[in-house]
Ligand binder design. Structure first.
Ligand code: NAX
Length: 327
């Protein structure tokens, strides 16, 4: 049997953590033949640590055959020891009266410390996924704080936006989600993201021809995908959790085990692709193979798409500027 791998999850006692950990432990993320050791991180706060113990009791009660070890931590320097996969879910939410700059600063502190800890103690091949918002900028901060690790190993979650876009296209065309290929989402995990079905196909047919409605694209599709998080909060009274956890599973699963040539979206540090400045953590279409992602290059960018990409990029560059003095 395979050697166990170490999977660290921060914010383990939170909403997303509760929808995520059981699926990692059951093998849905890394495969039904891959034993895992969970390294669970929460803030030192007594209530959070107690809640974490409760989640661990439930994990234990599932008697997952693949769950061969489990640890509770409050310090990333111990929590990330030898970690192979790190899912950074915990972040500082925006409190009442909190300015954007305060939010960026509070999260910069968390992700600087976590980046430094990964740099010091994690596996040299650690694959990092940042879920906690602002996800792209938090991934950028962690990456910049871990100079001894490959920058390409730091990623942000755009997969929920990608999956939301798939479902909207399936609903609009009356086709099955499973048959949609070559869809992608560019940019920041925020309402400015640009979900792009120009290259998408369904059973060999062009989605653009099937829909053929730029007004729908601009006035229904993009706002629906972009504001889906807010719509979930409005309906459920709580932010997306199970769908976010599902997207995190998809992201790590595909990165580790490959996409068989299919496109998915990952937030990754740019190497200059499509004119996105180096190191900006941006959503790109990628394929994955042998544990590595590869950007789909050479796609034509029309004027409308360029405008959308410029807008989401400007937002990200603004966030980057906002944390520059903290790095
Ligand atoms: P919760 O508030 O339910 O849970 C967050 C948990 O993280 C809390 O238990 C908290 O104690 C813990 N935490 C905070 N700082 C920590 C630190 N420094 N180390 C370890 N643990 C820490 O939030 P939840 O609904 O689980 O959402 C978590 C994050 O995901 C939020 O930042 C949220 O905005 C973000 N999201 C990102 C999405 C994406 O697509 N990238 C979508 C869903 C979600 O909104």
């Amino acid at each position: 049997s395979k050697k166990p791998v170490r999977v660290a999850v921060t914010g383990a006692a939170g909403q997303i953590g509760y929808a995520l950990l059981f699926r990692i432990a059951s093998g849905e993320m890394l495969g039904k033949d891959q034993p895992v050791i969970l390294q669970l991180l929460e803030i030192p706060d007594e209530k959070a640590q107690k809640a974490l113990k409760g989640v661990m009791m439930e994990l234990q009660d599932c008697a997952f055959p693949l769950l061969v070890g489990m640890e509770a931590h409050s310090d990333p320097m111990t929590g990330f020891k030898d970690t192979d996969y790190a899912l950074l879910v915990g972040a500082r939410p925006r409190g009442p009266g909190m300015e954007r700059a305060d939010l960026l600063a509070a999260n910069a502190q968390i992700f600087t410390a976590q980046g430094k800890a990964l740099n010091a103690v994690a596996s040299r091949n650690v694959k990092v996924l940042v879920v906690g918002n602002p996800a792209n900028t938090n991934a950028y901060i962690a990456m910049k704080s871990a100079p001894d690790l490959p920058a390409k190993n730091f990623t942000a979650m755009l997969r929920l936006d990608h999956n939301r876009a798939l479902s909207q296209v399936a609903e609009k065309t009356g086709k099955a989600v499973a048959d949609i290929r070559k869809l992608c989402v560019w940019g920041n995990h925020s309402p400015t993201m640009y979900a792009d079905y120009r290259f998408a196909t369904i059973g060999g047919q062009n989605v653009k021809d099937l829909i053929d409605d730029q007004v729908w694209n601009e006035t229904v599709f993009l706002p629906t995908v972009g504001k889906r998080g807010a719509a979930i909060i409005e309906a459920r009274g709580l932010s997306s959790a199970a769908s976010a956890a599902n997207a995190a599973i998809d992201h790590m699963h595909d990165w580790a085990l490959g996409t068989g040539g299919e496109w998915v979206t990952m937030g990754i540090p740019s190497q200059g692709w499509y004119g996105i400045p180096k190191d900006t953590v941006f959503g790109f279409p990628v394929t994955c193979e042998n544990g590595e992602y590869k950007v789909v290059e050479g796609l034509p960018i029309d004027a409308f798409s360029q405008k959308c990409i410029d807008k989401t990029l400007a937002e990200l560059e603004g966030e980057k500027d906002g944390v520059k003095h903290l790095l």
